[in-house]
Each structure stands twice: as C-alpha cells, then as structure tokens.
Design a protein around this ligand. Structure first.
Ligand code: ZN
Ligand code: ZN
Length: 152
C-alpha cells in the first residue's frame, strides 16, 4: 500500500491540528506502563515520521508526561490529548500518536515494544515483537522492511 500524503490529524477538541507530508518511517505499538498511563489504554500507537515532514497547522502543544529526559511528550493544553512525542536533541523523527489521524484505516502496528509490561490479554498484529525497545541496530532493517511493504 503506497502513502496518500499529506495526512492530517488533530487532538480531541480540535485546538491542535497537524500535517504529515513525508512517508512514515515505521508504525509501532508500545505496551510500556508509561504509555498505558498516558494513553489511558492498553498501549500507545505511533506513526514515526521524519521531523521535517511534520508540522502543526493550528494551535500549540505543551509538554506533558514526566516532563524530564529526552522524550518530550506534547499535549493539547485545552483537552490534554497526547498528540506527539519529539526527542531532544532531535534524532530526525517525531512519534505521532496514530489515533490522532483523521484517517486511521491504513494504520496497523508493524512493531510492538515493551511486551514485558503488556497486559496479559493483549495481542496485536505486529510482525516484530520486542521485550523492551528494539535495540538501536534493529531500527535500520525494520525501517527498510516497513518501506518495502509500502513501496507499491
Ligand atoms: Zn485539544
Ligand atoms: Zn511506551
């Protein structure tokens, strides 16, 4: 399945809107307890996109979550939706919460992380599972496989 760009999305109340105009690099589900708590659900869903291919088109976000460390979880200040996470210093990507997209029909997690902490009954269709985060050296081959899946 090839990409239909741009992809638009926004928070629960619509004060924050964003646009993705570069091909996603990966799709993921994270089962860690931090994602469970911030999402209010069993896991978080991520579309990993190049930093240059992501921008806010309406509103501003504020930092939420633990507000420490390299991961900056960005939330709508009005409705408190967790909209995206960026890493500082920038590592070239932004993790957008997949459920903020206007069109989620295409979305399926390709990788799942932190199965060590997942709720016992949860299963996902992810093709690759990791007990914690994938090791750094795993990202390049995973992204290549993901790109090949979406090349046609
Ligand atoms: Zn909002
Ligand atoms: Zn997580």
């Amino acid at each position: 399945m090839s990409w239909t760009l741009p992809m638009d999305g926004g928070c629960r109340c619509g004060a924050v809107r964003f646009r993705i105009d570069a091909a996603p690099m990966m799709s993921m589900a994270c089962h860690c307890t931090g994602c469970q708590r911030m999402s209010g659900s069993a896991f978080s869903l991520t579309v990993m996109v190049p930093t240059a291919g992501f921008r806010l088109t309406e509103g501003e976000t504020v930092r939420g979550g633990l507000r420490e460390g390299a991961a900056h979880h960005q939330h709508c200040d009005a409705c408190k939706s967790w909209v995206f996470t960026r890493v500082e210093p920038d590592m070239g990507f932004v993790n957008v919460r997949a459920t903020m997209l206007d069109d989620t029909d295409w979305f399926e997690p390709f990788v799942e992380s932190w199965t060590d902490e997942k709720l016992a009954w949860v299963t996902t269709p992810a093709r690759h599972s990791f007990a914690q985060f994938p090791p750094m050296e795993a990202y390049q081959p995973l992204m290549a496989e993901f790109a090949a899946l979406h090349a046609t």
